[in-house]
Design a protein around this ligand. Structure first.
Ligand code: NAD
Length: 477
């Protein structure tokens, strides 16, 4: 049984209640975690506050950087162990779990290097004044983390928060806690003072809600669904607590007739297949210039037909979905597509070795999806790619922007002027030209517009969100 990790100690929840951890590859329980409540959050916030006021808060920027670098090395030493934990917990194929552990190393390394390079400014003002700005930590931050990329999202939110000098009370998703509890232990071994990083597990509407409401949480970094993002904002608004929201997406990949299709096809495929489509920035819509619509669909169809889903340990193209309800959700979308006469171009297969209790969904390519259909508007969060045709650049922009989301977009064209026009006209937080980074890029500021959220994480930009600006105006005559 796994305990919470508070003040560098393993603690059971005050209620003594636990939750089962299920292996998505076979649907069987294999571990237990704490089902924590508000009193456990209270304990963690008290520990985080003492760290912030005490040994952690007193460190200078270079010292914080050294600790983050030590943690990066610890994670690197334990990368295989962490990847194995997350693989079983989340059903990730071996290569994906290894890539996530490598990204965690890189996040801590990147933010280690940022600590003593992030600073305020001096501002020209009236004669007789000197004005300077300081970037100060909020205090105790509360990263709320989803289940799709626990290590990566922990790395980017906790890495940025610590670099800026905050302490953290982390709430992992109930389906994906194991790797993060271990990372917190490794942080203690790396020398982080007690209370700097605390991890409290449990259900979202119980312990997540308690974290969002806690008056001792000075900033919330939420990554998850738009629905819960709204709830968190409402709760945080009651006490004017700043929030960064990293929500979902319905990201387009726009392919013009002059695109290098040999380069585009594997990338388009990976953008929806990676992590079984359970990626906020999954390229879940492919918008294709009409002259190449049929030929590209035929190529993608052949590629889809060759994809295989199966147990995480077999390291196939796709692992299982995270849980039974997610599988039901994805099959519900596909059932509706069939009922509404949407044509399937092709689909992959679930391998025979897949245990019947696992949550497997073969990847599916759909064509001519109407722009107002749920499949073109809502996040499926599964391996389902919706294709639609466009006639010209204006039409492509209209389709690309025709959802409530705006997280990431891909544009495939050799025309340099069109690349820049499209990048300007698409409303999203990131635009990739002739490539696509589903979830990637530690250095690249990331976040959305519209229902995809606000604020930025990753890169240096994240440090702006993890700090508050103080202006100091000195009148010296
Ligand atoms: P979710 O919103 O259900 O849960 C996210 C986290 O919020 C979990 O830790 C959960 O326990 C917690 N939570 C649930 N209810 C809560 C409440 N009432 N108060 C406080 N916390 C609560 O999302 P999910 O299903 O875990 O993840 C999938 C969603 O996350 C998708 O919409 C996906 O697009 C999004 N996501 C976004 C990004 C990004 O960076 N933009 C990255 C990954 C995932």
């Amino acid at each position: 049984m796994k305990s919470n990790f508070i003040a560098n100690q393993h603690l059971a929840s005050a209620s003594g209640q636990t939750l089962e951890v299920i292996d998505p590859s076979d649907g069987l329980p294999f571990e237990q975690i704490q089902r924590s409540q508000a009193s456990d959050i209270d304990l963690a916030v008290t520990a985080a506050r003492s760290a912030f006021k005490g040994p952690w808060g007193r460190l200078n920027a270079a010292e914080r950087g050294r600790l983050l670098m030590a943690l990066s090395r610890k994670v690197a030493e334990h990368a295989d162990e962490l990847a194995a934990l997350e693989q079983r917990d989340c059903g990730k194929p071996t290569r994906q779990a290894a890539a996530d552990a490598a990204a965690l190393v890189r996040y801590f390394e990147f933010y280690a290097g940022s600590c003593d390079k992030f600073h305020g400014e001096t501002i020209p003002y009236q004669n007789g004044y000197s004005v300077l700005t300081w970037r100060e930590p909020h205090g105790v931050t509360g990263p709320v983390i989803p289940w799709n990329y626990p290590m990566q999202i922990f790395g980017r939110s906790v890495g940025g928060a610590l670099a800026a000098g905050n302490s953290c009370v982390v709430k992992p998703a109930e389906d994906a806690c194991l790797s993060l509890l271990r990372v917190a232990e490794l942080a203690a071994q790396a020398g982080f003072p007690a209370g700097t990083i605390n991890v409290v597990t449990g259900l979202g509407h119980e312990v997540g809600d308690a974290l969002a409401r806690h008056p001792g949480i000075d900033h919330i970094s939420f990554t998850g669904s738009p629905r819960v993002g709204t709830l968190i904002q409402q709760v945080a608004a009651e006490r004017h607590c700043p929030v960064t929201l990293e929500l979902g997406g319905k990201s387009p990949q726009v392919v013009f007739e002059d695109a290098d299709l040999d380069a585009a096809v594997p990338v388009i495929l990976n953008a929806i297949v990676q992590n079984s489509g359970q990626t906020c920035s999954a390229g879940s819509r492919v918008l294709i210039h009409r002259p190449i619509y049929e030929s590209l669909l035929a190529r993608l169809g052949t590629a889809f037909a060759g994809l295989r889903a199966g147990p995480a340990g077999l390291d196939l193209d796709l692992g299982p979905l995270i849980r039974a309800s997610q599988l039901e959700r994805v099959s519900g979308f596909l059932h509706q597509a069939r009922g509404d006469g949407i044509e399937t171009v092709s689909q992959g297969q679930v391998v025979a070795q897949a245990p019947s209790g696992g949550y497997y969904q073969a990847p599916v390519l759909l064509r001519d999806v109407p722009v107002d259909h749920r499949l073109a508007q809502e996040e499926v969060f599964g391996p389902v790619l919706s294709a639609m045709a466009f006639d010209d650049e204006d039409h492509a922009v209209a389709l690309a922007n025709a959802t409530d989301f705006g997280l990431v977009a891909g544009v495939w064209t050799r025309d340099g002027a069109r690349q820049l026009r499209m990048a300007r006209r698409i409303r999203s937080g990131q635009v990739f030209i002739n490539n696509y980074g589903a979830g990637g890029g530690v250095e690249l500021p990331f976040g959305g517009v519209k229902s995809s959220g606000y604020g930025r994480e990753k890169g240096f930009e994240a440090l702006l969100g993890f700090t508050t600006l103080k202006t100091v105006a000195i009148h010296h005559g």
